[in-house]
Design a protein around this ligand. Structure first.
Ligand SMILES: [Zn+2]
Ligand SMILES: [Zn+2]
Length: 411
């Protein structure tokens, strides 16, 4: 009798459940209009440029979570932090991240603050693209860059930026007299790499501090951003270190590198075993080490990044992290988005508009003085075909439409 009664109860439970469930579907269906958009709160995906930030809210967007060798799925290190007060910050600007940044549909004037953790190409490779490409994409504000000193002046951020400006002399030369170049100005702040929780930025209620990292050479750091009672910590690249463990405590979100385990570096990436051990645990942080760090820090959310995050790597990385850490965890992919408030952390993936265009300029553009354009040699001028019969009508059309009086350079 008893088993039969149990079966009956089960059947009854199913029936009630089904009835309740059906009611739910009917109710939900009735509550959604067939002609109105889905409410923002029900969207499972983040659509850049469509959501307000609350005054107490922080949005973090992963724009590069992979390796120095970028691939369509993952660019190299880059993190965008957007605050409810309107401020936006970039932490690292690694190779390939600029197109992910473009997908956020943010006017470039707002993307004027970049903090570089160290001078590896996978943490600064897209800086020239943001700097000079940004000029063409309507940034009219100088680009502000913060980065650490090195063991010698030649290994510091200021020297690297000085050389970058020299390296792009030709690019800069082509733009003078052609575009409004105010956004081409670089403002570089080099701070000591050995500052411990040292304030390197303090504006508009936002404080950014640096902590030393142990990675590569002297001259690698991590960052801590605090605003409105929220704390974001980003380790950039480092092996586990005491400064991160001590100063990341109390973080709402703590991001630290989490490399592939050495065995996968051998089998998937062709490393020699010795190389995999050295790179994977002594130059970078293996998943078990990452877990240990987060177990000590205990953030509201731990985020690991800096590995090829695929269906056949993520489970092993996660298992290994779980040997040493059982707290809240995300293993980042490009376009992951976190909305952070004191009460909640919501994670979603971001939709990508592959045909995104740059936002219009926020300030009125100043027409360049064409007289300041670098002159070509007689040789190059001799090769230009003015094609006046087709070019002059184009000038006439634009001059008439916008009330300008511009003449072609080549006649
Ligand atoms: Zn590095
Ligand atoms: Zn790196």
């Amino acid at each position: 009798m008893a088993p039969r009664l149990a079966r009956l109860k089960l059947l009854l439970a199913f029936s009630v459940g089904f009835a309740v469930c059906t009611a739910c579907v009917v109710l939900t269906g009735a509550s959604r209009s067939p002609v109105e958009p889905i409410p923002q709160s029900e969207l499972d995906v983040y659509y850049p440029g469509t959501e307000s930030l609350a005054p107490d809210e922080m949005r973090i967007v992963a724009l590069g979570t992979g390796m120095p060798s970028v691939r369509p799925k993952q660019a190299a290190a880059c993190w965008l932090v957007e605050l409810g007060n309107g401020d936006k910050f970039l932490f690292d600007i690694g190779s390939g991240c600029h197109e992910r940044l473009a997908a956020q549909k943010i006017p470039y004037d707002y993307l004027d603050k970049v903090f570089i953790g160290h001078l590896h190409v996978d943490h600064m490779g897209d800086l020239p693209s943001l700097w000079l490409g940004g000029v063409v994409m309507n940034r009219l504000e100088p680009l502000r860059i913060w980065g650490p000193s090195g063991g010698t002046p030649e290994l510091g951020t200021a020297h690297a930026m000085e050389l970058m400006e020299k390296m792009y002399a030709w690019d800069i030369g082509t733009r003078s007299g052609v575009v409004d170049f105010r956004g081409g100005e670089l403002q570089v702040t080099e701070f000591p790499f050995d500052g411990i929780n040292a304030v390197i930025y303090e504006e508009n209620g936002v404080v950014v501090r640096s902590i030393p990292a142990v990675h590569g050479l002297d001259g690698a750091v991590g960052f801590i951003l605090e605003w409105n009672g929220l704390k974001f910590t980003y380790g950039s690249d480092t092996i586990p270190n005491k400064w991160f463990v001590e100063h990341a405590k109390g973080s709402d979100v703590a991001i630290h590198e989490c490399f592939l385990p050495p065995t996968l570096l051998v089998t998937k990436q062709g490393f020699a075993p010795q190389e995999a051990l050295m790179v994977g645990t002594q130059g970078h942080t293996a998943p078990e080490q990452f877990g240990k760090v987060m177990a000590m820090v205990k953030p509201r959310l731990a985020i690991g990044y800096h590995f090829y995050n695929d269906f056949d790597t993520e489970p092993e990385v996660r298992d290994r992290v779980r040997k040493t850490y059982d707290g809240p965890l995300d293993l980042a992919l490009d376009y992951m988005v976190w909305n952070v408030t004191k009460d909640d952390i919501r994670v979603r993936m971001s939709a990508v508009d592959e045909e995104v265009w740059p936002s219009p300029p926020l300030k009125k553009k100043i027409a360049p003085d064409t007289g300041s354009a670098i002159a070509f040699s007689k040789f190059t001028i001799s090769g230009a075909l003015p094609l006046t019969e087709v070019v002059q009508p184009i000038f006439d059309e634009v001059n008439e439409k916008y009330g300008t009086k511009v003449e072609p350079l080549f006649k």
